[in-house]
Design a protein around this ligand. Structure first.
Ligand code: GP9
Ligand code: MN
Length: 613
């Protein structure tokens, strides 16, 4: 017995460790225990590195293996946590964006489970195993010939995986990673990124409408065309705001009383959906200013850094507007220092302007944001300067923990300490800050000369952050039905044109991509000279909307359903937009799925082909 154990060398010991860890992650992610598939897809790149260690390192092999073990374990650990948050696999690109991790870091501790530390458990065991060479021998298990055979075998296995996968349509990264191996998937992403197929970009906005199943209406025939001509535009993006909050009462307590009051003078588009990709908040900014699809797996602001986007700020500038953004975070977050010039904004107000006062989470509180914004807007008014102000709130960011003195509502005890409870309190705080801003706009005389539009950037309640008590609260105390993807992705869009709009709920389906054309219509500015993927929500009835990254590519929302195609983990699903619950699939889903792929192909090619700024 002792003799057999003695034959284990570092190579075998660490190979066993790596195999176990990869088996573990495949179980965590895919519930897959198939060892043969693991051997055929995952292990060859690892063996390649190990063989190199054997060839190159004479002394200190143990340290090399320990280092490799640490790198691999950290990678696998991060992938599992990432998967818990985003329900998809990170691409190499996401792993290079670790500076951006601040956007989720406050929530990350909620996702880590003790079981995830199993990836590091062996570090406690290894010292015993190698102690005085009793169990592990320093002798090498393979001589040069053996190593060369292993090297050749691994190259062949990896080569076959990559060859077979080079034309895979990476619509669902998880299934590619499961089928071809996690590391091969990363190489395939890089390869496909470098070898994008040529797409003809001579399509028109009319072609886009046709693919969506809508018929072009001549913009001069649009209802409300120019209804707010020459007014200022104040567009407010509210962090993490979902539509169900509006008009919501919990035991008689209104969550957004100021917004609810605003609705009596506004059009409330209650069926508008988020469409962001990996760029989260910044993708929402991109969407509403360009009416183009963000890239999905990569943040537009980090990828297309030198592009000049045809945009709302540019169109308004041509119509005599000064264009500015207001956000209390550092300008470099999400690369906004390059995004804003790409979008054509004249000026931005960032943390330097808002100062160090009353910091909550990422930056100054929404009260400070709105006070500072109002001041700057009044200065522009004094100079008779017509403006477009894009204002981005921040305080209601996950994990929704705000200082005690900012909590303005009492919720029933069962909400205490829950994500849902914190979310409601946090959104109520932002609503209060917004209420003061509206008051200020009215007092300063800006109100009548402006249009005020407001929307949410993305959901606040999502993923594994929601515990069973949260889903129970949502069902029993908040919504009256089970919290579904439809509730999650439904963000508010509220349009207030003082003197023109009145309290009306508009239920037709829309997305963030439709916000720019809707605003352009009421402002009476033309988008005829540019390609847009959205449509005016005051005039078009039929819609087709896509979302990538948070849903598999090809998912769509039409006038009746949210459709999610089949992935490695789940079968295709269709949600009814009225009941918000899963229903039987519709017959025409293949056509609309393909239509969505066509729209992305056009949008991506168009974006990549845009000139530099
Ligand atoms: C940071 C803020 C948050 O500036 O926009 O971004 P998010 O984490 O929501 O993408
Ligand atoms: Mn956000």
């Amino acid at each position: 017995m002792k003799k057999v154990v003695k034959k284990i060398d570092y190579f075998i010991l660490f190979l066993l460790i790596f195999l176990t860890k990869i088996l573990m992650i495949r179980y965590f992610l895919y519930k897959d225990f198939d060892i043969l598939r693991l051997l055929l897809t995952e292990i060859s790149p690892v063996i390649l590195v190990m063989v190199l260690i054997e060839f190159i390192i004479r002394k200190g092999r143990l340290w090399a293996y320990l280092f490799l073990n640490l790198v691999l374990s950290t990678f696998l650990f991060s992938v599992v946590i990432y998967f818990s948050y985003f329900s998809t696999l990170p691409s190499y690109y996401d792993l290079t964006q670790l500076d951006q991790v601040g956007s989720v870091s406050e929530s990350i501790f909620l996702l880590v489970r003790p079981i995830h530390f199993l990836f590091f458990a062996d570090f406690l065991l290894i010292p015993f195993l190698i102690w005085k060479n009793k169990l592990v021998s320093q002798q090498r298990a393979f001589n040069k010939v053996g190593l060369t055979i292993l090297l050749a075998l691994s190259l062949v296995v990896s080569g076959v995986n990559l060859f077979l996968g080079k034309d895979d349509d990476i619509i669902d990264p998880t299934s590619i990673a499961q089928g071809r191996g996690m590391l091969h998937y990363q190489i395939l992403e890089i390869y496909q990124g470098l070898n994008q197929k040529q797409v003809d970009t001579h399509f028109t906005t009319e072609d886009i409408l046709e693919v969506k199943g809508a018929k072009r209406i001549n913009p001069t025939e649009f209802e409300y065309f120019g209804a707010a001509k020459d007014r200022n535009l104040i567009l407010i993006q509210v962090e993490s705001m979902q539509d169900f909050l509006l008009n919501l009462e919990i035991d008689g307590v209104e969550i957004t009383p100021n917004l609810n009051a605003l609705l009596t003078d506004s059009f409330h588009f209650s069926n508008v959906f988020q469409q962001i990709g990996a760029g989260n908040t910044s993708d929402a900014e991109f969407l509403v200013n360009t009416s183009l699809y963000p890239l999905g797996k990569q943040a537009v602001s980090k990828t297309l850094v030198d592009k000049k986007f045809p945009s709302l700020p540019r169109v308004l500038k041509d119509n005599g507007y000064v264009t500015t953004t207001f956000h209390a975070d550092e300008i470099t977050y999400w690369n906004r220092n390059t995004l804003y010039p790409s979008l054509g904004f004249d000026k931005f107000y960032d943390d330097h302007y808002f100062g160090e006062e009353d910091i909550v989470g990422f930056g100054s509180s929404d009260e400070v944001l709105f006070t500072g914004t109002l001041k700057a807007l009044m200065e522009m008014q004094d100079k008779n300067q017509r403006f477009y102000a894009h204002v981005l709130t921040l305080t209601s960011h996950t994990p929704f923990e705000i200082p005690e003195e900012k909590i303005g509502i009492d919720l029933p005890k069962e909400f205490d300490g829950t994500l849902v409870g914190n979310y409601l309190k946090s959104m109520n705080y932002t609503d209060r800050a917004l209420g003061e801003f509206i008051k200020g706009l009215k007092q300063s005389g800006l109100w009548e000369n402006s249009i005020i539009a407001l929307y949410g950037d993305h959901s606040g309640l999502h993923g594994k952050l929601m515990m069973s008590k949260d889903t129970k609260l949502m069902k029993e105390r908040v919504l009256g039905h089970g919290y579904s993807l439809v509730d999650r992705f439904n963000i508010p869009f509220v349009l207030t044109i003082p003197g023109v709009t009145h309290g009306e709920e508009i239920t037709r389906i829309g997305g963030q991509i439709d916000i720019m054309p809707t605003l352009a219509n009421v402002l009476g500015v033309s988008l005829e000279d540019q390609k847009i993927f959205g449509q005016d929500l005051l005039n078009y009835d039929t819609n087709l909307l896509g979302m990538r990254y948070y849903l598999p590519t090809g998912s769509y929302i039409d006038d009746d359903v949210l459709f999610v195609p089949k992935t490695r983990q789940r079968n295709a699903r269709t949600y009814n937009l009225i009941t918000k619950q899963i229903t039987d699939a519709k017959d025409d889903y293949v056509d609309k799925y393909n239509a969505m792929l066509q729209l992305y192909e056009w949008s991506d090619a168009y974006l990549h082909g845009l000139p530099s700024k």
